[in-house]
Design a protein around this ligand. Structure first.
Ligand code: RI2
Length: 306
């Protein structure tokens, strides 16, 4: 298999490439580059190598459905074709279409979501989500005086990235430890987070700690919003599949050798049930979480379950 495909898969697994949207775009790009570099002349061989590349990419991380959704989108364009050049251009075209539309989706989510942010709002966010940040930065650029509270997001501290990105844009931002969320919730007006997967029942799978934040928001009657592109909706959940929660290496939490006899657990994501979510902001509009099934029907229609 191509070096490059394996390298992208390795970078995704090691979180050098991270964030559900970025993972999806880099997988599409890897398939495009693989198609560009293929030198054989058998369509059958080309297709089977593409499928293999897709499997390698999909298996890099299990939770963000954006990854298999992107891979399947690109491969679907190639399947059933019997000419090498036709396959090549179909893959390139589909990959580029996916990448471009995913960037447009981020911008749209910003525009649609910003309507839900008011002048003077204090917005809390968790981890580092391009979709959530698009909402926040768009509201700020519209002239709304907002402040952001960013959680550090242990164990990988993606909250540091968020805090820096916001500060660079001149947005007032406060960094807090994850366990301070309930303390600060009293002064928060809105919570905006991203998503790695959204299930048919409206449950949102996002960075570990998200469901605790949702609980604290619920208790304090603070609006809890999720910003997610439609390719983060999980087609498998329509037919009962459960979203696999990635468990990452213990060493990310604490050095195991310094804790003999101690079991260290490191689930990277958790599930926030629909009843704790007020709305989901997609590029197609705002929906209540209970309408997730409608998005899935529209997005995946006939390819459901593939
Ligand atoms: P965008 C990230 O996962 C976070 O959980 C974040 O909320 C989600 O992906 C969506 O990010 P990780 O890769 O696609 O940091 O909105 O484990 O950027």
């Amino acid at each position: 298999m191509s070096h490059k495909v394996e390298e992208v898969a390795r970078k995704i697994a090691g979180m050098e490439i991270r964030g559900a949207g970025k993972i999806a775009r880099s997988a599409a790009r890897a398939l495009r580059d693989f198609a560009l570099s293929y030198r054989g002349n058998s369509a059958r061989d080309f297709l089977s190598r593409l499928e293999r590349a897709g499997e390698i990419l999909k298996s890099a991380r299990p939770t963000a459905v954006s990854l298999p959704n992107a891979v399947n989108y690109v491969l679907l364009a190639a399947r059933g074709r019997s000419d090498v050049e036709e396959i090549r251009s179909a893959v390139i075209e589909a990959a580029e279409r996916f990448i471009a539309s995913s960037k447009i989706a981020l911008k749209k989510i910003g525009e649609i979501g910003a309507r839900r942010i008011k002048d003077g709002d204090i917005v809390l966010t968790h981890c580092n989500s391009q979709a959530a940040l698009s909402v926040i930065t768009t509201a700020f650029r519209q002239g709304k005086q907002i402040e952001v509270i960013a959680t550090e997001s242990r164990p990988r501290y993606q909250g540091h990235i968020t805090a820096r990105q916001l500060a660079e844009q001149g947005i007032p931002v406060t960094l807090i430890v994850d366990s301070a969320v309930r303390t600060f919730m009293k002064q928060v007006d809105k919570v905006v987070v991203g998503a790695d997967s959204i299930a048919a029942n409206g449950a949102v799978i996002n960075k570990i700690g998200t469901s605790q934040i949702a609980l604290a928001a619920h208790e304090a009657r603070v609006v809890f919003m999720v910003a997610a592109e439609t390719y983060k909706f999980h087609p498998g959940t329509v037919i009962g599949a459960l979203v696999e929660i990635e468990e990452r290496p213990a060493g990310e939490v604490a050095p195991p050798e310094e804790f003999p006899g101690v079991k260290i657990r490191n689930p990277a994501f958790d599930v926030t049930p629909a009843e704790y979510i007020d709305l989901i902001i997609t590029e197609k509009g705002v929906i209540p979480p209970q309408a997730a099934i409608m998005v899935l029907k529209e997005e995946f229609g006939l390819t459901l379950g593939e």
